[in-house]
Ligand binder design. Structure first.
Ligand SMILES: CC(C)(COP(=O)(O)OP(=O)(O)OC[C@H]1O[C@@H](n2cnc3c(N)ncnc32)[C@H](O)[C@@H]1OP(=O)(O)O)[C@@H](O)C(=O)NCCC(=O)NCCS
Length: 179
């Protein structure tokens, strides 16, 4: 298995990976929603505002993760939010997700990103260093429907401390349905 950031010409395959994976785990409606989200993130997010990492094996795409910029106008630190994340259904449970996440987080650290956030299953994301954070300590772009899923980690030697809101996400995520 190898990791890459080169998605040029493979956008449709990546969108399909997300659509099919989320359809299998959460149903067709969610599959369409997340497939469309990935399409929008790729199409409408400027390069400096996103990172995309893929896992491939024998030329086939088997995993993908996206990060996009979260702007805290009152805070100097660089913050990116992780999501969505998918590992092809038949390849799940073999550690690919965890390896891909660690690879992506290390790349963000090298790029000088200070803080990674995500919104998901605390049990799963704890395995790659995310810890719960209160909305009061890191305001989300929208009121969260599941505040227990709001997670953060420092990518520097400095401890995670409160982020001064309000915050603003990229256009593709700027819809309460995702929060
Ligand atoms: C979530 C997902 C990306 C995980 O990828 P994966 O390659 O199957 O995960 P891994 O094999 O790396 O799992 C690593 C560990 O997390 C555990 N794990 C997996 N899902 C978990 C969950 N929901 N809660 C707690 N632990 C979980 C695994 O048992 C494994 O534990 P271990 O290291 O102690 O054996 C993948 O299952 C997926 O694409 N699911 C459907 C889409 C989705 O829900 N995406 C996340 C929301 S954006």
């Amino acid at each position: 298995m190898g990791f890459s950031t080169d998605t040029q010409g493979r956008e449709e395959a990546l969108i399909e990976l997300f659509r099919a994976t989320f359809t299998a785990s959460e149903g067709a409606e969610e599959g369409t929603l997340i497939g469309d989200l990935v399409r929008n993130l790729l199409a409408s997010t400027a390069q400096p505002d996103r990172f995309v990492f893929i896992a491939e094996e024998n030329g086939a795409l088997i995993g993908g993760i996206l990060f996009s910029r979260l702007t805290y106008e009152q805070d100097q630190r660089t913050v990116f939010v992780l999501g969505p994340v998918a590992v092809a259904t038949e390849q799940q449970g073999q550690g690919i997700g965890q390896r891909l996440l660690n690879h992506g987080l290390a790349a963000l650290r090298s790029a000088g990103v200070d803080i990674a956030m995500t919104y998901g299953d605390p049990g799963y994301y704890a395995k790659v260093g995310f810890r719960p954070i209160r909305e009061a300590d890191a305001p989300a772009p929208f009121k969260l429907k599941q505040p227990e899923g709001w997670l953060a980690q420092s990518l520097t030697d400095r401890a995670m401390t409160s982020l001064q809101g309000p915050s603003r996400c990229v256009e593709a995520l700027n819809d309460p349905v995702f929060w």
